[in-house]
Structure formats: C-alpha cells, structure tokens
Design a protein around this ligand. Sequence first.
Ligand code: NAD
Length: 302
Amino acid sequence: MSASSPLSSDHQASLIDGKGFAASLRAQIRDDVRTFHDQYGVTPGLAVILVGNDPASEVYVRNKAIQTHHAGMRSFMHMLPETTSETELLALIERLNNDPEIHGILVQLPLPKGLDARRVTNAIRPEKDVDGLGETNAGRLAIGLPGLVPCTPLGCLLLLKDQLGDMHGQHAVVIGASNLVGKPLALLLLAEGCTVSIAHIHTRDTAALARQADILVVATGVRELVRGDWIKPGATVIDVGITRVTLENGKTRLVGDVVFNEAVKVAGRITPVPGGVGPMTIACLLKNTLTAARLLVTGKPE
Ligand code: NAD
C-alpha cells in the first residue's frame, strides 16, 4: 500500500516482529562466532561493568551476560559497589582496554552520582566501545565513517531495512534527540538516503511534523505521546519508548511512546511494545561485539 492511499475502516497495520527478527539475528551471530573462532582461534569476549545496585540495571546486565553466552561468546561481569571512585572505575577500564581476551566493553548507564558518564564512556578504547557512545564512534557516525553504532538505533535501522529495503527519498521523522537513540538514528537514516527531520521537547508542532513522515520513529520516554492522528496513513512506525506502568491489580506492563490501539488503525507497519525494538538492542550488542573482535583481530569490520 502506498503511504497516501486511503485506508479501509477495518485497516490493521502489520506488526513488525522485533522478537522474531532478533532471535534470527542472534542465531546468525552464533554461527558467525563459530566461523570466526574456526578461522582465527579467537572467542569474542564482552566485559560489562555495573556500578551500584540499581535493580533494573542488574536485570539488564544479567540478560546481556546470558545472551552473550548463548551466542558462543565469553562474558565478563564486573559488579562494583556504589562507593566505587571514578579513579577505580577508570583503572578497571584501562585494564580491560589492554586485555586481549576482551573485545567489547560496556559500562551500564546510568552511573551513580559523582561518576562522570562522559569521561567514563570516553575512556573505553574506541575499537572496544560496543555501545558506540564514545566521542570517536559518535564522530565517525556523524561524518559517515564506519564504526561501532549505538545498539538501539542500530536495531531500529535493521528492522527498517528488513521491512522497507531501499529507503532513499523517504521522509523520516525522529521524535527524540538523545545521544543514545534519536541523534544516532537520525544520522543512520540520513546515510540511507532519507530526508530526516528531528523533533524534540522544544519542537513547536510535533504532530504536524509527524504527519509528514513516511517513517516515524518515536524515542521520547513520554508514555503514549503519539496519537493515531499524528500518523500519515500507511506510514512505518517504530516505537522505541518503554515505560513500565502499574495497573489497578498491582501488576505492571510496558507501554510505548505511541498509542498503539490508535496507531495500528492508521500505520502501514508498526512495532509493538514489548516485542518490537526492545529485543533488538541486546542482539545488536552481540553484533557489535563480534564486529569489534573482527576489527581487533583482522583490522576489518566484516
Ligand atoms: P532521553 O530522555 O535521553 O531523551 C528523550 C528525548 O525526547 C529528548 O531529546 C527530548 O527532547 C525528547 N522529548 C521529550 N519529551 C518530548 C515531547 N513531548 N515531544 C517531543 N520530544 C520530546 O531518552 P532516551 O534515552 O533517548 O530514551 C527514550 C525512550 O526510549 C525511553 O522510553 C527509553 O526507555 C527508551 N529506550 C528503549 C530502548 C530499548 O532497548 N528498546 C533503549 C534505549 C531507550
């Protein structure tokens, strides 16, 4: 269906199955890790550092370790106390930077107060910066050079390429301009030949801008910000937002940045929450760890 064709009253967008796509990507990575090991005798290793005991971060970090093992890579967890000084943390990163068994280093954010996330992230050697958040990789992305790209935007891009193929000339609107998601994704879409608009908290009429989008990506953390009438009929919608809400019965559920029940009647394709972008993030971390290992061992990313 073209993005401008009228929709029937019983229209339902097709769901973009991030969970299934991430599972096949992880299976592909597992095969590639085996081949890489056969070729070079090296098993990629990922070090994850968690400072403090934020319960949500502990869950994320454990999931990353489990998935790393499943992909046939080595996982090294460093759980540091809340009282860790920046000097101690930087010393650990330096040790990991020089450890030949470690190909990827990730510091789980947010860090406790008193630790400077920018200084800490930048201390990771660019070739091992699998979160792609250091200045070298961010700069390489900005000027169109290959490098390690932040995992969530990379996951969004892979889903979009799988769904749409060639995106040249499409108008992509990215709502949210963080260094973690919105900005790198806008640059990735620009590199794909999209015309890119970025909306943020100060944008005057975000809804009007969103209505022009062939591809609409929403990454604000504002629960159900985007209504059905913000979406151009037939557009592809990627909902990055995740907010955990507590229901009346005390149970919790995850909600995205898009009013799903409205959007599904207008969009051509849409990611659900959960099961859309979320599973792609860890899969892309594994992908980046293998890319980093290749870079370090062979000097080439592919
Ligand atoms: P952030 O808070 O760093 O940035 C939010 C951005 O949204 C900012 O640029 C801000 O200007 C913009 N914004 C806020 N309110 C807005 C509004 N009303 N209209 C337009 N723009 C607005 O958040 P982030 O780290 O980029 O994360 C965004 C969301 O994505 C969060 O819900 C987060 O949980 C989720 N997230 C999901 C994954 C995943 O794996 N699926 C990964 C990272 C982040």
